[in-house]
Design a protein around this ligand. Structure first.
Ligand SMILES: Cc1ncc(COP(=O)(O)OP(=O)(O)O)c(N)n1
Ligand SMILES: Cc1nc(C(=O)O)sc1CCOP(=O)(O)O
Ligand SMILES: [Mg+2]
Length: 210
């Protein structure tokens, strides 16, 4: 089932300045239509407490709520989908488990990984890191502008239309060049939620992507 996927995904994160719910509220008030709640530090009760508040915010503002991992919470709150961070996860099995209506996104560091995600029925994929990210430092090579261009050309040659989002260390200054590579959109966290004015930062991203 083809799903609507937004071009700009805002990812919440454990930061000192703002709670996850505050981040979702500010992003939605600024126009966000896609919130990925990424919290890997709380127990289920605490997660559901956050998720129920964020789901209401998303409902009020017409935004899609995606939860990172924690697929056991499916059906326990008004969650539209899950972003699976395990790059080895079997998406065919996940689809069977979660059903057609649930949006399922995956991550990859390679074009081969993107092709696998597409074949296994992922609804979208985060492809990164664009450059170094402090949100989840990792050792994967940076994709960079040329990497996105090459990957998108390969996907096109193979007739793969999976929506690919650039992720990892993206700032508003990068948006134009990234979007010119042919990726579908961008997912970002730190450049928005750690900006001096989060609302302003979200709006800058939004204006440049849309
Ligand atoms: C849209 C989107 N893309 C990528 C990620 C991060 O996923 P991943 O890099 O797999 O996660 P870590 O293992 O680095 O935590 C995301 N959350 N959303
Ligand atoms: C959770 C996560 N992992 C990423 C990776 O590239 O592995 S990017 C990312 C979230 C986005 O991060 P930013 O704060 O840099 O926008
Ligand atoms: Mg990562």
């Amino acid at each position: 089932m083809k799903k609507f996927i937004e071009k700009l995904h805002f990812i919440t994160h454990d930061i000192d300045q703002l709670t996850h719910t505050e981040q979702a509220q500010i992003a939605c008030e600024a126009g966000a239509k896609w919130i990925q709640y990424r919290c890997l530090t709380k127990n289920d009760d605490e997660l559901l407490e956050d998720i129920n508040v964020i789901a209401e915010i998303c409902d009020d503002w017409g935004a899609t709520l995606i939860v990172t991992d924690h697929i056991h919470l499916n059906g326990k709150a008004d969650i539209q989908g899950f972003h699976i961070e395990d790059m080895d996860a079997d998406f065919t099995k996940l689809r069977a488990q979660l059903g057609e209506a649930v949006t399922i996104g995956g991550s990859s560091n390679t074009v081969e990984g993107l092709i696998r995600l597409a074949k296994e029925g992922a609804d979208y994929a985060g492809f990164g890191p664009f450059r170094e990210t402090t949100t989840k430092p990792n050792n994967a090579p940076h994709i960079g502008i040329e990497g996105y261009k090459k990957a998108m050309a390969t996907l096109n040659q193979n007739g793969i239309t999976l929506p690919v989002l650039a992720v990892g260390g993206v700032t508003s200054d990068d948006i134009e060049a990234i979007m010119e590579t042919g990726v579908f959109g961008i997912a970002a966290s730190a450049a928005i939620n750690q900006a001096e004015d989060m609302r302003e930062a979200y709006l800058t991203f939004y204006d440049k992507i849309m």
